[in-house]
Design a protein around this ligand. Structure first.
Ligand code: ACO
Length: 324
């Protein structure tokens, strides 16, 4: 059975760090409120003229280096983002050009907001399994700072900018859960929940980019329920149990959502990767960023079982199990 094996990961964060105290100088908030409600202490914010494709390209180069591969080894680029440089073309084609990938490669974007990386991984995995490509660069990259209403303290304190990338390559496995690579992915959406989390603009409606709008409490409730359910779904589909999972790497939306989901699943905090404190919510970038951090500090190692889970605007939600 063809498997999509992780060959390398990498991440990039913009240089500028904005602390909660910095925000408290501009809007009516406090370090204490933000930390207590979300677990966030700081976020990185892209510089003027620094775009999503720049963040994505930096992260992608690091993933390629970690894999010992180069731009000509990339067959497919899938970028998960809700904050592309331009309405079109896709950020993936911009990244393709910035990396200098060979002409034979292809790229497109996937838009599933905070679940974007799980959707992009599932897409790339299916391209590899179908035999259409032998390698894929899967990237989550966002400049959410550009779609925040900096006068809405209920949302602007929660997000940050960043990018993470994962290089996948095809390998033959035995078809068991001991194989290295992506073992299963599970995707869902419910468009009737649009109003809980959306951006109030776009090319076809207002002609403007718009700002993020959120019903925080409702999003919180759905996030804990849906992320727990989709984790159980992934475990049942692979015949694995929660004790066998080495690392849970949830979308970093809010520390209380992460803790609530882990509690519901009976998973101890020592097996959950948390980066929300330093990165805030970077939407589609948060999972690959967290994966790259945990590989970088030797927590995630070859052979480990890693479970990723996310929920985002749409609503969309999903999970994936990867044998590293
Ligand atoms: N600083 C200080 N006070 C604030 C701030 C702020 N930044 N924002 C809101 N408040 C005030 C409100 O005005 C309100 O004041 P009031 O009682 O005088 O009216 C009070 O704090 C409580 O506001 P609530 O919105 O009810 O606060 P809540 O406890 O629900 O926390 C939060 C808000 C943090 C957004 C919470 O609902 C939450 O975590 N929701 C999940 C949303 C999330 O994480 N979204 C990420 C995107 S979705 C995703 O990635 C899955």
């Amino acid at each position: 059975m063809r498997r999509s094996v992780v060959a390398g990961v990498g991440h990039y964060l913009p240089e500028r760090i904005v602390t909660n105290a910095d925000l408290a100088k501009q809007i009516d908030t406090s370090d204490e409120w933000i930390r207590e409600r979300s677990g966030i202490t700081q976020r990185h914010i892209a510089a003027d003229g620094e775009f999503t494709s720049d963040l994505a390209s930096h992260a992608a180069r690091k993933a390629l280096d970690a894999a010992g591969m180069g731009p000509d080894d990339v067959d497919l680029i899938v970028v998960a983002t809700s904050t592309p440089d331009e309405t079109f073309p896709a950020s993936a084609t911009v990244v393709q050009s910035k990396l200098g990938c060979a002409n034979g490669s292809m790229g497109f974007d996937v838009q599933a907001v905070c679940s974007g990386f799980v959707y992009a991984l599932a897409t790339a995995d299916n391209f590899i399994k179908a035999g259409q490509v032998d390698s894929a660069l899967v990237i989550g990259a966002e400049t959410f700072s550009r779609i925040l209403d900096w006068e809405d303290r209920g949302t602007c304190v929660l997000f940050g900018d960043g990018a993470g990338a994962m290089m996948l390559k095809a390998e033959d496995g035995k078809g068991t859960s001991n194989d290295r690579g992506v073992l299963s992915t599970h995707l869902h959406s419910d468009g009737s929940l649009h109003d809980l989390l959306y951006v109030d603009g776009g090319p076809s409606s207002t002609g403007e980019v718009g700002y993020l709008r959120m019903e925080g409490r409702e999003v919180f409730r759905h996030a804990v329920t849906k992320m727990s359910e989709v984790v159980v779904e992934a475990l049942e589909a692979t015949g694995l149990n929660a004790e066998e999972v080495d690392w849970f790497v949830p979308h970093q939306a809010n520390k209380r959502i992460i803790d609530g989901t882990a509690r519901k699943l009976g998973v101890g905090a020592d097996r959950v990767v948390v980066t929300i404190d330093k990165h805030a919510n970077t939407s589609a970038a948060s999972i690959p960023l967290a994966l790259s951090v945990a590989v970088g500090d030797d927590r995630i190692q070859q052979g480990h079982l890693v479970l990723i889970e996310a929920m985002g605007g749409g609503l969309t939600w999903g999970s994936g199990i990867i044998r590293w």
